[in-house]
Design a protein around this ligand. Structure first.
Ligand SMILES: Cc1cc2nc3c(=O)[nH]c(=O)nc-3n(C[C@H](O)[C@H](O)[C@H](O)COP(=O)(O)O)c2cc1C
Length: 307
């Protein structure tokens, strides 16, 4: 066993540094800029039940310590994803590296997406990730992230429908995020993945208008890392399910800090935009660290700051 090997429930990854969904394409787009074999895994860009054109431009802009974005889950829908995109992802990434991120408006839509993916590619992917931060037709954006009963129902239904490991990715911005995570942890979910991105906005001084076409959008990058750290710290005390942190990780030290707070793995998102080869650099830093510290396994650090 390698000292960086990482277990998220039934899923086993070569290291704890994961390419976060929406920031790593479908892997293959990154191949000429980075060494994909150094990624623990890549969560592919979320595919939704219906194709989505995304939000009006402008969709991404810089803010101090990060970026603000509002993409609106643009994607071509499941037919194109399964027929055209998945074969390319499979050609760039190994089986243990592919996490398929899905989202729907209803539990039934999520479940059907999981089933279609697993029927076709179940023996060639590591896990499915339920992106719970997306809109819901009846109950509004973030329903499956802020309603503990709905979140539990969603994850239980997906777990019952497919054999592969299931991750639940949710937005921790709602006051009851610990209650939601606790409810989800009772389903036997393999990992709880946190998107710790608070909403923000930016005004264009010249136009005297909001910069984003959608007016508001989540803020990500180093500016939000302390927020993510606190939420991982609190989640680690509340649930015993493996946690994945995302929010501002861009160095190996950031990954170690998140692990000490309680994360078993860390998603690296927008740090890849200016530095597409950042994940291999982070992994090399972790390898040097375990050597220096004479650790048999990096996983001994998970939650160590609580002890
Ligand atoms: C441009 C952009 C697109 C994103 N698209 C998705 C997505 O499709 N699905 C998802 O679960 N998260 C998406 N995210 C959230 C990231 O996966 C990640 O959780 C978030 O950016 C925080 O990590 P970071 O601070 O390292 O960027 C997106 C983020 C950005 C910046």
């Amino acid at each position: 066993m390698s000292s960086l090997e990482t277990k998220l429930g039934r899923a086993i990854f070569r290291n704890p540094v994961l390419g976060a969904s929406g920031c790593t394409g479908h892997g293959y787009e990154m191949a000429e800029y980075t060494d994909l074999s150094r990624y623990g895994a890549v969560s592919l860009k979320t595919v939704t039940y219906h194709a989505r054109p995304g939000n009006p431009p402008e969709r991404v802009n810089e803010v101090p310590g990060g970026i603000i974005s509002s993409i609106g889950l643009q994607n071509p829908g499941p037919d194109v994803f399964l027929e055209e995109i998945m074969p390319k992802a499979l050609s760039a990434l190994d089986r243990d590296q592919i996490v398929v991120s899905v989202a729907g408006d209803t539990v039934e839509e999520y479940v059907e997406l999981c089933q279609r993916t697993v029927e076709r590619y179940g023996d060639r992917i590591a896990a499915v990730e339920l992106n719970a931060a997306c809109p819901n037709v009846n109950h509004g954006t973030g329903y499956f992230s802020r309603d503990a009963h709905a979140a539990r129902e969603l994850v239980a239904a997906a777990k019952g429908a497919v054999e592969v490991p299931v991750f639940y990715k949710f937005n921790t911005n709602f006051e009851n995020y610990l209650e939601v995570a606790t409810a989800v942890s009772e389903t036997g979910v393999d990992a709880i993945y946190t998107s710790n991105t608070p909403m923000g906005m930016k005004i264009d001084l010249r136009k005297k208008r909001p910069v984003l076409g959608n007016v508001v959008g989540p803020v990500c990058g180093p500016a939000i890392r302390p927020i993510g750290m606190l939420r991982i710290w609190n989640l680690y005390q509340a649930v015993s399910v493996p946690l994945v942190a995302s929010g501002g990780a861009r160095t190996w030290e950031d990954v170690i800090e998140y692990m000490l707070a309680g994360a078993a793995a860390v998603g690296v998102g927008s740090a890849q935009f200016p530095h597409p080869d950042i994940v291999p650099q982070i992994v090399s830093g972790l390898e040097a660290y375990v050597e220096r510290e004479k650790l048999d396994s990096l996983s001994v650090l998970v939650g160590a700051a609580h002890r």
